[in-house]
Design a protein around this ligand. Structure first.
Ligand code: AMP
Length: 584
């Protein structure tokens, strides 16, 4: 470990964290116990996410409590209480039933973070349908691919999105029966209907039909950093993971104001942008606009955000902005900062401590896991660069694959291998839609294999090494790009780096880095040589990049992950493959 651990003094924290004794909490934890915290549906006792996240609170003392404060791009503010959410989602559920859309049928959304999207998500869950949000910036090809693979019956979108991207696809989507436009008053016709009109005519009462915890609830196409997107399907029981992670990782307390910056097009934006905070009955901020350092600091200040969940890419962008900008804002309400989606460079953790006044808590999970699996916790020490330790109730391991394809668990510390989880946690994906074979291949020897490489230290902290597909094999060494990127980021002129293996006949691959320089620095030959030397001094010649190229921006997915696959394809002049999730 290169960096000193960041220790917490619990008595000095403003709020006593929910998880104080990790070992004892893990030892006494049971998912059955969590299940018992939910009373279930009033009729029949089944488990429905929307009931537990909204109706349960709306029926009690939280009815008037602010559930969502929506900040419009243009300055509009819309406050929705738990009571409002209940009514709005009931109306949407009634709209679906009036259109003959029933259990298990797929309702898609193609919209930015607009209020209707949240009502549609919750209303679909009430109707025991399957909700699938898409990134609004998708173009026609990825939209067609997902609507068609997902057997979409209903699409909620805006007039503009429809006209620009969907209208021309309709003859190729025979199952897509209804398009509900959020911003027209009259029905344009031919299955294209006005959502406000339908909602206005629908009843505000709805009885959730019996829902089995295993009923399908949410479909997410994974961000596809490595290949064709896969449709991971989650069930209502997933809310158990959202409740537990909200409690132990995000450390929700009743008066918290929570801001998850993720878009629901990415799983973080549903699990934590919708379900987890509502399940806890706390207030969430939803910002319609995209990243802007000034706007984000203002939101943290004005909304008195206490718990903030964001991603390394956003943190790195804030790190690029002048520190003086941050100092103009009062962030004294902020208590905890969390990050997910990509490895969080140790530099970023320390930057948080220095500039935000709080270290950043990294956590790890994936679309397939449905919720946070490995995390740093509010009361426990942070080892900068580590993803932390498994959630209570989660068993994680490092595996090696034998030549015959079977796996063995590595118990020795600090050994790199495949990161695996013991199946059975509630938010585990239940299938890849229409791809049983691919689903089956994710499991071996009683483990779910995540596709990431990691190591576990002697005390049980997990360290991310890389996506199995991104690993570079150079002169007999296995090099994780993250390690190289993090080292380069310590150079004062480096804002971001993306690292790939470039085939080379003698040593297999050479390490090549693409570097974005910070504002105020010029990408000169002199700087290039300096960064090469810096890399060698930090990493040694076996691991350090042999080539460095400057680049204006790294290609990233819409959820902010560096697309190393694409950097490599471009470098080698190979086909770019699926780029549907590439950020514009
Ligand atoms: P997605 O399903 O799109 O959310 O992508 C999941 C993948 O993102 C994981 O398998 C990891 O490769 C990466 N990832 C997510 N969180 C972290 C983290 N905290 N550290 C390192 N990699 C992460």
């Amino acid at each position: 470990m290169d960096y000193e651990p960041i220790r917490k003094v619990v008595d000095s924290l403003a709020v006593q964290p929910n998880l104080l004794d990790y070992g004892a909490t893990c030892a006494s934890f049971s998912w059955e116990g969590v299940r018992r915290e939910f009373a279930g549906l009033p009729e029949g006792g089944g488990l429905n996410i929307a009931h537990e996240a909204v109706d349960r609170h709306a029926a009690g003392p939280l009815r008037q409590k602010l559930a969502i404060r929506w900040l419009g791009r243009d300055g509009t503010v819309l406050d929705l209480t738990f009571g409002d959410l209940r009514e709005g989602s009931n109306r949407f559920a009634n709209v679906l039933t009036s259109l003959g859309i029933g259990k298990g049928e797929r309702v898609f959304a193609l919209a930015g973070r607009i209020p209707e999207l949240y009502l549609a998500a919750l209303g679909t869950l009430k109707n025991v349908g399957v909700f699938c949000p898409l990134f609004s910036a998708f173009g026609p090809d990825p939209i067609l691919q997902r609507l068609s693979r997902g057997d979409a019956r209903v699409l909620v979108t805006t007039e503009r999105q429809y006209a620009k991207k969907v209208a021309g696809l309709r003859d190729r989507l025979p199952l897509l029966q209804y398009i509900l436009l959020t911003d027209v008053e009259e029905d344009p016709g031919e299955g294209v209907l006005s959502l406000p009109r339908l909602m206005g005519a629908a009843s505000a009462d709805f009885t959730i039909p019996p829902t089995d915890p295993e009923d399908r609830a949410i479909l997410h196409f994974t961000s596809g950093t490595t290949g064709m997107p896969k449709g991971a399907v989650h069930v209502h029981n997933a809310i158990l993971t959202h409740l537990v992670t909200g409690r132990y990782v995000l450390d929700f307390h009743p008066d918290d104001i929570f801001w998850c910056t993720a878009d629901p097009g990415w799983v973080t934006g549903t699990s934590y942008g919708i379900v987890a905070p509502l399940a806890h009955g706390i207030t969430s901020i939803i910002d319609e606009a995209d990243f802007d350092a000034e706007r984000w600091y203002r939101i943290l200040q004005e909304q008195r955000v206490t718990v903030w969940y964001t991603a390394p890419t956003a943190i790195r962008m804030l790190m690029r902005a002048p520190e003086e900008q941050r100092r103009r804002f009062d962030l004294s309400a902020l208590r905890l900062v969390h990050s997910v989606g990509e490895p969080l460079n140790p530099e970023a953790v320390l930057w948080g401590e220095r500039v935000l006044g709080l270290p950043i808590h990294d956590n790890w999970w994936q679309t397939e896991t449905g919720g946070i699996m490995i995390a740093n916790y509010a009361a426990l020490e942070i080892r900068p660069g580590s993803m932390g330790r498994p959630l209570p109730g989660i068993e994680a391991a490092i595996l090696w694959r034998r030549d015959d394809g079977t796996v063995e668990e590595v118990t020795a510390p600090d050994v790199e291998g495949e990161l695996a989880l013991r199946p059975g946690w509630p938010s585990m994906f239940r299938e890849y839609l229409h791809d049983e074979e691919r689903y089956r291949k994710c499991f071996a020897g009683g483990w779910y294999i995540t596709g990431d490489l990691a190591r576990r230290d002697a005390d049980g902290w997990f360290w991310f090494v890389g996506r199995a597909d991104d690993i570079i094999k150079t002169a007999g060494h296995m090099v994780g790009p993250f390690e190289v990127e993090s080292a380069l980021m310590e150079h004062p002129a480096v804002a971001e780096a993306g690292v790939i293996g470039k085939p080379e006949p003698v040593i297999g691959e050479i390490v090549k880095a693409f570097v974005v320089v910070k504002a105020g620095h010029e990408p000169t030959e002199e700087l290039r040589l300096e960064i090469l030397g810096f890399g060698r001094s930090k990493l040694g010649s076996a691991v350090a990049p042999k080539e460095i190229a400057f680049i204006d921006n790294l290609p990233k997915t819409r959820s902010g992950k560096i697309m190393r696959r694409l950097l490599k394809a471009r470098e080698l002049g190979l086909p770019e493959g699926d780029t549907s999730t590439l950020e514009a």
